[in-house]
Design a protein around this ligand. Structure first.
Ligand code: ZN
Length: 205
């Protein structure tokens, strides 16, 4: 190898390292808020709850998009992600879900979270949504899926909440929920902004 080739190889490696570094830095840079629509993009495995009329994934996307849109409109740094994710860091991560039950209307709303850090935020969300959602509530982390949600490992967040916003297999609840999806999204966005110390107006419900 002559000197010219050696120099070219050296610079090529340098550029590759630089690209790898920029990529790494970009993927691990902490974001203020990550909003995940549960099951979004899944075709196999856990594709989410469904009833004759509705699919959870669709509703998750509607709510997650609206939450992200509102946060952006308040100049909050937000990233919208589907079910499959890579390693990320954030101050707050929220995963949006609706529950399904084998016996219709046996379920309702609940919250999952991975650590004590998230506990107080979870209680603040519960008191907001409890004043609005008029159906059943489970205790926090009532299933292993809520307690050990896979995304807790992928998104390292100071506070991570998995929100089950109601039961999609219960007619009474879907009748109430469907016209209120954007209102609920507004309540979630308000709760996140407040948690970040931003002053935004509480939505009228
Ligand atoms: Zn789900």
């Amino acid at each position: 190898m002559n000197i010219k080739n050696k120099a070219a190889t050296f610079f090529a490696i340098l550029i590759l390292l630089l690209i790898a570094f920029i990529f790494y830095w970009g993927t691990t840079k902490p974001i203020d808020v990550i909003i995940q629509a549960g099951h979004e993009g899944r075709t196999t495995g856990n594709t989410g709850a469904e009833s004759k009329l509705y699919r959870e994934e669709k509703w998750n996307i509607i709510v997650a998009n609206e939450v992200a849109k509102l946060l952006q409109s308040w100049q909050i740094d937000v990233k919208r992600v589907p079910a499959d994710i890579k390693f990320m860091r954030a101050k707050i991560a929220i995963s949006i879900h609706f529950d399904g039950a084998r016996i219709p209307c046996a379920s309702g709303a609940s919250i999952g979270y991975p650590s004590k850090n998230s506990h107080d935020f979870a209680q603040r969300w519960k008191s907001l949504y409890k004043a609005y959602f008029p159906y059943k509530w489970h205790k926090d982390n009532f299933t292993p899926n809520l307690k050990n949600y896979y995304a807790y490992q992928w998104i390292k967040a100071d506070k991570f909440l998995l929100l089950e916003l109601g039961e999609i297999t219960c007619d009474t609840q879907t009748k109430w929920l469907k016209p209120r999806l954007k209102k609920i999204a507004h309540l979630i966005a308000y709760s996140i902004a407040t948690e970040l110390g931003e002053k935004v107006k509480k939505p009228s419900l």
